[in-house]
Write a protein that binds this ligand. Structure first.
Ligand SMILES: *Cc1c(COP(=O)(O)O)cnc(C)c1O
Length: 447
């Protein structure tokens, strides 16, 4: 393996809340070197596990799907955040992947947490995180949960309608409220504004009602949609938030914080961050706190999943004479590939093991081009009896796949494991083998 040399200086000063373990020295993150180390570690973890499973003799469950999670990647994403959005404090959206090690690392790094249910809030509080580092970012809350957070001192929460304001006035009048506004989320993977957010026609009336009820509005929040792809959505949302801040000042509220929500992806992060940074500096003076609720951004690339092929069906094309195969894996859209249904993801299969050889991060893992019609065509299916349980309609590999072989899929850390079901009696609880490719993260986790 070739170790890339440092091309980018990620040693820019980074501010950490309450972490005595972190010294200036181990704050240095070299992304290129880190990524190369990560590949090595992930590959080793995969190799060790799949080479220990013999599908001809193993017990049920031994050949199950498993993840390799690189906590160093989460750490690198945090450093990338600090570098590009130094003004914006991330509150990790727990729903995206409530992995306990990820939460522990982020707690150690000093992030906040965006939670939407009692269980999520409890999981974060149980790690010893201060209630002030949690935002209950669900505009439509359960009564008993509001009583619960009032008891726990989790004060920050969002609202977007009058009924919710009356609920909060009854159950938790001291809450610190963020008015969630609608955004144009038409360019995102998962639109959220159909369900949540007050339109700008409604915000002034809501603020008036909040004042009448004696409530404490402290901020505005928005979410440009999960998997957002148009950076200008952030600009427009920041401009709208500015309008609502002015309305709130006019009603006499002491506005302290803008919450720019989630929607960041690893692919387009620098572009998004650039637009957002400029918009924030233009519209929001330095004394306004800025927070965000990134989910996908932190974890998507940190998890890779390996699945084994449990069955194969041979298809002969009577006209061309070509042989193709349907391969059935032990994981599908009712399992960790729920992201295909719920999150519109398109995971890409790569070969991990075939013909008694393990390949990871090599050209032999990759599909061959569809256009040249090289190799053999496969469709990839999940293990349940439902016909919609398909992972990939058509993909070509140079190598021949058969039962007992393994495939792997990268970027499987967001909205995968957490929304898996046990439909048809298949497990939704899969091992995660953790590796940690960054010394700074190892120090926090004491590994
Ligand atoms: C889901 C969600 C997030 C996280 O969104 P990502 O696209 O994963 O960053 C943040 N805030 C709220 C309110 C959400 O519902």
């Amino acid at each position: 393996m070739v170790m890339a040399t440092a091309l980018v200086d990620y040693s820019a000063p980074i501010y950490f809340e309450n972490n005595p373990i972190l010294t200036k020295k181990n704050l240095f993150v070299d992304h290129h070197h880190g990524a190369a180390v990560a590949k090595q570690m992930i590959g080793d973890a995969f190799r060790q596990r799949v080479e220990s499973v013999d599908h001809e003799s193993c017990n049920p469950g031994d050949e199950d799907t498993f993840f390799v999670g690189d906590l160093g990647e989460v750490y690198r994403q945090h450093m990338r955040w600090k570098k590009n959005l130094p003004r914006v404090k991330p509150f990790y959206a727990v729903k995206c992947n409530p992995d306990p090690k990820v939460l522990q690392l982020l707690a150690g790094l000093g992030t906040g947490f965006d939670c939407a249910s009692k269980a999520e809030i409890e999981q974060v509080l149980d790690m010893g995180v201060d209630p002030s580092r949690i935002i209950y970012a669900q505009p439509c809350k359960t009564n008993s949960y509001v009583r619960f957070v009032a008891n726990q001192g989790v004060k920050q929460m969002t609202f977007d309608n009058a009924d919710e304001l009356r609920k909060i006035a009854r159950l938790f009048p001291d809450a610190e409220l963020f008015l969630r506004i609608l955004t144009d989320d038409s360019s995102s993977l998962c639109r959220l504004s159909l369900k949540f957010g007050a339109s700008l026609d409604a915000t002034d009336d809501l603020l008036r009602l909040a004042k009448e009820l004696g409530l404490n509005v402290v901020g505005v929040s928005f979410h440009v949609g999960s998997g957002a792809s148009d950076p200008l959505a952030f600009l427009k949302a920041v401009q709208d938030a500015d309008v609502v801040f002015k309305q709130a000042y006019a009603h006499g509220f002491d506005m302290k914080t803008l919450d720019v929500g989630g929607g960041f992806t690893g692919d387009s992060f620098e572009t998004m961050a650039h637009v957002l940074r400029e918009a924030l500096d233009q519209y929001f003076p330095p004394h306004i706190n800025i927070i965000a609720e990134p989910g996908r951004y932190y974890v998507s690339s940190a998890f890779t999943v390996a699945c084994s092929i449990i069955a194969r069906r041979t298809i002969e094309n009577p006209i061309t004479g070509e042989t193709s195969y349907m391969v059935y894996m032990n994981d599908g859209i009712y399992g960790n590939f729920s992201c295909i249904m719920y999150d519109h993801q398109q995971p890409v299969a790569k070969i991990l093991r075939t013909g008694m050889r393990t390949y990871y991060d090599s050209a032999l893992s990759d599909a061959v081009s569809e256009d040249v019609c090289a190799g053999t065509e496969y469709s990839i299916w999940g293990p349940t009896c439902d016909g919609i349980d398909q992972i990939t309609k058509s993909i070509r590999f140079a190598q021949e796949l058969d039962v007992g072989d393994w495939l792997y899929f990268e970027d499987m850390g967001a909205y995968t494991k957490c929304s898996a079901t046990m439909f048809n009696g298949f497990s939704n609880s899969h091992d995660v083998i953790y590796v940690c490719s960054e010394p700074g993260a190892r120090a926090i986790l004491r590994l």
